[in-house]
Design a protein around this ligand. Structure first.
Ligand SMILES: [Zn+2]
Length: 115
């Protein structure tokens, strides 16, 4: 086959056959395909990172783990963390009370109005 020409052809096939989907939408910054998952099967580790907001997640992998598994695990973990936070905060529901300034000392100005 010939050399690849440097052209600005866009890959707009109906469905490109990609080996595996490894880019996902970020949970935190909501950028499309900003989250990438790298599987290191030798180390048994998965690294998930968002290149936009720098969210990171690490997980263990086995020979069956796919990037999408790591991604959904990340969602679960983030979800659980959020729920945990809410549970912790539930102890004090009205913690954001406005601070009322102390009333000025009432002198006997208004009190003794004798008619
Ligand atoms: Zn992000």
């Amino acid at each position: 086959m010939g050399k690849r020409k440097k052209s600005s052809r866009k890959p707009t096939g109906p469905r490109r056959r990609e080996p595996l989907e490894t880019a996902f939408t970020c949970l935190f910054c909501h950028h499309d395909k900003s989250v990438t998952v790298r599987l290191d099967r030798k180390e048994g580790l998965a690294q998930l990172v968002c290149r936009v907001c720098d969210q990171r997640y690490q997980s263990k992998v086995n020979h069956l783990t796919e990037p999408i598994d790591v991604y959904s695990e990340w969602i679960d973990a983030a979800d659980a963390a959020q729920r945990e936070e809410q549970t912790v905060r539930r102890g004090n529901p009205s913690s954001s009370r406005p601070i009322i300034p102390p009333a000025p000392p009432s002198d006997d100005d208004d009190d003794d109005d004798d008619e």
